[in-house]
Design a protein around this ligand. Structure first.
Ligand code: WTA
Length: 654
């Protein structure tokens, strides 16, 4: 028996179009062969595209499970993202094209960024921040977030960005774990027309954070300085960003950092357990994100790149900040919600800024599908030339919709699998090379050794199993902050006979052509009458039904089958929940993937519980389906969703 059963088959295929392939950075499989023959040499070649002040003496030192890359090399991440472009031809090129939710706009050229980052570095240094000190950044998605990250990188301070949607409690735990000296926040940020009171949250969090010496406050709301409602400044502790920046000199020499010096800590809230401070270092991380940005997105000089993620997530770190800026790209940044003031805001932004590459998440794509085609159809999206997806498995129907309605049938889609821990994209198509299949992340990129491994540690060429990395890669996490034991335990203890195998925690399958299909977190895998079923496959079957926008499937204990399937389903706009539709959906799934996967319960719901980064929290749905008290809901984007689901579920049962 395989470790995870394979149920769904998808036969559609899309080859890169001839014109795209001709113009692409990579249009043949040679790079894969070259990298497979000498992975470390391949990464060295990629690292050489960065500017180093001292070359490395050893490319890789691997004492499983601890890796060091580019040992002895020195470089500065901010220098690589800014200074070297200013010295070259990109001095006046737009680096950040920013739009606030209320409609305010700012464009920063590489020169502007150069000046701002140097000032920020001087500002931090003047406050006594030194190499290795931790700085927490808790900001809305405004240019200052990028400036602050690069300002830290310039002086060698370790930044830890906390997503602006987190509560005071979450901020407190992270600040304390990192023992941050400085917190950079704002008086507020805009979300669906409301003001998120970031500074007030910080004040609350800091009641119990002894390490923090200063709080720097960005004035997001012009004219609101002294607005007591949102930013009460505490004498001696709190300082306005704009005042400090006005005084800070605009020249600063970047500090050469060791390749293995920590660049940042990023806490993963994840769908389970206590947050982990994922540690990324400088040289390997920058190599990984620079290479993948250039090749996965086929980034060219005149592209307008929009990664819709917030800097509070790893996607924002790697593909809004470090990857694109290291490549000298023009990046769009949007502060607010996709449905504000109308449901066409994203398409309006794409049209107005001439976005050519769009990188977003399946959760957003499914929301757009649910809202209807009329919103994108109001806009000219003809400048788009490449689409990307990240964060969750993308259901084949959502993939097709993305391709047809957003990409006009002409843009290749790169479905990119990676994690906070991997730092950079690991499995993805190369758009000028790979024939894509809807819902498959396709193949590991050159330089990586992602494999499917069974429970006993054997590599499987086809079938269903666990996703693993069998060799180290430059942008891998180095440890968990303050908890190396947990690092070893979580990621390198799955197969005792292979202490060098990284366990990703995801289930996956490989089809006969070798394509990878991510099946979701292993903790979420169902066991129905002895069959291990990935949630992804049942959910995708449901989403194929024309009435369904989104689905989450969990197992609940069942006397005979081990587990029964409970499906939570969100309908497309204009569709109605009826008992007939419920029966129809059950049969639809049985027909698509087999009777074994026919859901026992179907509950219609206007929304699903999600983490703040948009991942469905199946753990809570399991609590509901099994009639338990709800577990920890603090990482939920909207706690009301589960409460109302629980009521509905219980009402249905009685
Ligand atoms: C999931 C986000 C399927 C997966 C970059 C992984 C995906 C977790 C994909 C990491 C994808 C991410 N297809 N699943 N293309 N991308 N995932 O740390 O379960 O927020 O382990 O990093 O998201 O989430 P994280």
């Amino acid at each position: 028996m395989t470790d995870i059963d394979v149920l769904l088959t998808e036969n559609r295929k899309f080859a890169p179009d001839a014109a795209f392939r001709r113009a692409a950075h990579i249009s043949s499989r040679e790079l894969y062969d070259y990298a497979a023959a000498d992975p470390v040499g391949f990464w060295e070649g990629m690292a050489r595209e960065l500017a180093w002040t001292t070359p490395w003496t050893k490319a890789l030192e691997w004492t499983p499970p601890h890796a060091k890359w580019f040992v002895g090399g020195k470089l500065n991440a901010a220098y690589n993202c800014v200074d070297r472009h200013v010295a070259g031809s990109r001095r006046n090129k737009a680096a950040l094209v920013w739009e606030g939710e209320p409609g305010d706009r700012r464009t920063l050229t590489y020169w502007d960024l150069f000046i701002e980052v140097q000032k920020c570095a001087n500002m931090l240094a003047a406050l006594g921040v030194k190499k290795g000190d931790r700085v927490v950044i808790y900001l809305p998605l405004v240019p200052e977030a990028v400036i602050a990250m690069l300002g830290c990188a310039r002086i060698g301070a370790i930044h830890s960005v906390i997503f602006g949607g987190f509560s005071p409690d979450s901020v407190r735990d992270r600040v304390n774990d990192a023992e941050a000296k400085i917190v950079i926040t704002a008086d507020g940020g805009y979300r669906r027309g409301q003001i998120v009171p970031l500074k007030r949250n910080v004040d609350k969090a800091l009641e119990d954070c002894p390490s923090v010496e200063k709080v720097i406050v960005v004035r997001r709301r012009p004219g609101a300085e002294g607005d007591e409602a949102f930013a009460t400044m505490q004498e001696g502790r709190d300082l306005w960003w704009h005042r400090l920046m006005a005084r800070a000199p605009s020249k600063h020499e970047p500090v050469p950092m060791d390749a293995e010096d920590v660049l940042y800590i990023l806490y993963t809230s994840g769908t389970t357990g206590k947050p982990k401070g994922i540690v990324h270092t400088t040289g390997g991380y920058l190599t990984g994100v620079t290479m993948t940005t250039k090749y996965v997105f086929d980034l060219k000089e005149d592209d307008v790149f929009w990664c819709t993620a917030d800097v509070g997530w790893v996607t924002g770190h790697s593909y809004l900040v470090y990857g694109p800026l290291a490549n000298g790209a023009t990046c769009v940044m949007y502060e607010g919600a996709p449905d504000w003031p109308e449901k066409d805001r994203f398409w309006d932004i794409c049209e107005r800024h001439g976005v050519t590459i769009l990188y977003t998440a399946p959760t957003a794509i499914r929301a757009f599908m649910k809202w209807g085609d009329q919103h994108p159809q109001k806009h000219d999206l003809s400048r788009l030339r490449l689409l990307g997806s990240v964060g969750e498995p993308i259901n084949p129907e959502a993939w097709m919709w993305y391709r047809d309605v957003i990409g006009g049938g002409r843009c290749p889609i790169v479905d990119t699998w990676w994690q906070t821990e991997t730092g950079a994209i690991v499995i993805s198509a190369l758009p000028g090379v790979t024939e894509t299949k809807p819902g498959s992340a396709t193949f590991p990129l050159p330089g990586y050794s992602a494999e499917l491994v069974d429970n006993s540690g054997r590599i499987m060429k086809t079938g269903g199993g666990l996703l693993a990395m069998t060799r180290p890669w430059p942008s891998m996490l180095r440890t968990i902050w303050n908890d190396d034991k947990r690092y070893v335990q979580t990621y390198f203890s799955k197969w005792p006979e292979h202490p060098d195998y990284y366990f990703a925690g995801d289930g996956a399958k490989r089809d006969d052509d070798g394509y990878f299909w991510i099946l979701g977190r292993v903790d979420d895998v169902l066991n129905v009458a002895g069959h291990r079923i990935g949630t992804m496959e049942v959910e995708s079957a449901l989403v194929e039904h024309p009435s369904v926008a989104e689905a989450a499937v969990v197992g609940r204990a069942h006397e005979l089958k081990g587990q029964a399937l409970a499906a939570f389903v969100t309908l497309r706009e204009g569709q109605h929940a009826t008992p007939a539709l419920r029966d129809e959906l059950r049969e639809f799934v049985a027909e698509k993937i087999g009777a074994i996967a026919r859901p026992d319960d179907i509950l219609f719901s206007a929304d699903l519980p999600k983490t703040r980064s948009g991942k469905i929290m199946r753990r809570l749905l399991r609590d509901i389906a099994e009639g338990r008290a709800l577990g920890d809901t603090t990482t939920l984007a909207d706690p009301n969703v589960v409460a109302s689901l629980k009521e509905q579920y219980e009402a249905q049962e009685s």
